[in-house]
Write a protein that binds this ligand. Structure first.
Ligand code: ZN
Length: 131
């Protein structure tokens, strides 16, 4: 298992981490297999979406904010229930296949770290399975 840190700069933010995952893949020397990306946090997530137009992650965050408002009659007293719910909606992990030493992603796809209760320093764990 390998890991890297992400320093987020806002309460909600999507950060393209594909280059970090790629550089760990190069280090591993694995040519063929599966890559697991896991976020060990309860108020952050990982997702795969469009990297070309920065408006796409902005729209995702805007709509998540409508589905899950910052304040409601939440029971969790820490004040970040929206972040916990958004984290579960997007999920803590993604799987990307590896072929010929490359991540198998579509032209416009990137792996995004999703911050919902920042700014914080966060961890991303990556596991490569050869096969
Ligand atoms: Zn909490």
């Amino acid at each position: 298992m390998k890991q890297f840190t992400v320093r987020t700069g806002a309460r909600t933010e999507m950060i393209d981490i594909t280059h970090h995952v790629r550089s760990l893949l190069r280090e591993s020397g694995i040519r063929k297999g599966v890559c697991y990306v896991f976020v060990p946090h309860t108020t952050a997530a990982v997702t795969i979406n469009e990297n070309a137009d920065p408006a796409v992650p902005q729209d995702i965050l805007m709509e998540l904010g409508k589905i899950v408002p910052l304040t409601d009659r939440y029971r969790h007293t820490e004040g970040n229930s929206d972040a916990h719910i958004k984290a579960s909606l997007l999920g803590a992990s993604e799987v990307v296949c590896v072929e010929d030493g490359e991540l198998v992603l579509g032209t416009w796809q990137s792996v995004f770290f999703c911050e919902f209760d920042g700014p914080r320093t966060r961890k991303v764990m990556v596991k490569f399975i050869q096969g």
